[in-house]
Design a protein around this ligand. Structure first.
Ligand code: BT5
Length: 242
């Protein structure tokens, strides 16, 4: 089934990702779960995701056959968001490794991919997408986050944005994933990254540690950073401070 052929919508829900994960058995691949607001939206490591009315909050269920690597689905989502925003004439759109989309260095969207296993076999991948569209930013994220309507100075239709995004996600999935051509997808994804190989960056890790160095390689799942001392470290998940 194509992405978006089946859309389940709610005016309010705890979390579209949680609903998708809890109801996987009855949701065919490609199903979209959409809510106008979430009371308990979450990000990675169960961090709070603010999801008041006005934003675009949805999840897509994938039950993949060929490419079953969750990161590939995160990549599809972030490339689709970046390209859709560029198409709508937003400028300075960048992907911040691994999963945020920024405009002028402020977070406009986040992607949360969850892999669901039955025993040891992958049952489904749920990709949650949150985009600040017409919603207000609460105080905690006023400095770091931004909404599309604030950038544009105008109200933006959620339906038409969702429709464009789903079409682009389906296009990218067809072009790259169902044909096993994901390395070309990685190339497309790298074009939008906020930093490139050989740039110097600082990454802060979970426990207050920070690492500064030169990026040796970037993949969707890891960053190799060479520190001044010459030590090369691999970072799998952390927050990148630009
Ligand atoms: C993410 O997590 O960026 C993934 C967010 C995914 C949200 C979608 S909405 C639909 C679906 N249902 C869900 O329950 N979730 C998904 P992470 O990289 O962990 O970033 C979380 C951090 O972003 C928080 O700790 C805040 O600092 C910041 N944040 C929270 N809400 C935000 C918002 N609306 N806009 C910008 N930044 C926000």
């Amino acid at each position: 089934m194509m992405v978006g052929e089946n859309v389940i919508s709610f005016s309010e829900i705890d979390s579209t990702n949680r609903f998708a994960v809890d109801n996987l058995d009855r949701l065919p691949s490609g199903t979209v779960v959409w809510a106008l607001s979430q009371t308990d939206g979450y990000g990675r490591h169960k961090r709070v995701w603010h999801s008041s009315k006005g934003g675009l909050w949805f999840s897509i269920v994938f039950k993949p056959t060929l490419i079953r690597e969750p990161n590939e689905y995160t990549k599809i989502a972030s490339v689709a968001i970046a390209e859709t925003l560029l198409q709508l004439d937003f400028k300075s759109v960048r992907i911040k490794w691994p999963n945020d989309v920024l405009i002028d260095n402020r977070k406009v969207a986040g992607v949360l991919t969850e892999a669901v296993f039955t025993g040891r076999s992958l049952n489904a991948i749920v990709v949650g997408i949150g985009i600040n569209v017409n919603n207000e930013m609460p105080d905690e994220i006023k400095q770091t986050g931004i909404s599309l309507s604030a950038v544009k100075g105008d109200h933006i239709s959620l339906e038409s944005l969702l429709d464009r995004l789903l079409k682009r996600i389906e296009f990218l999935r067809k072009t790259y994933l169902i044909r096993g051509k994901n390395r070309y997808l990685t190339r497309r994804w790298k074009k939008y990254l906020a930093f490139a190989e050989n740039d110097e960056i600082t990454v802060s890790l979970h426990k207050d540690d920070k690492v500064t160095g030169i990026i040796k390689s970037i993949t969707p799942s890891s960053l190799l950073i060479e520190q001044e001392s010459g030590t090369v470290i691999e970072i799998k998940s952390g927050e990148v401070i630009l």
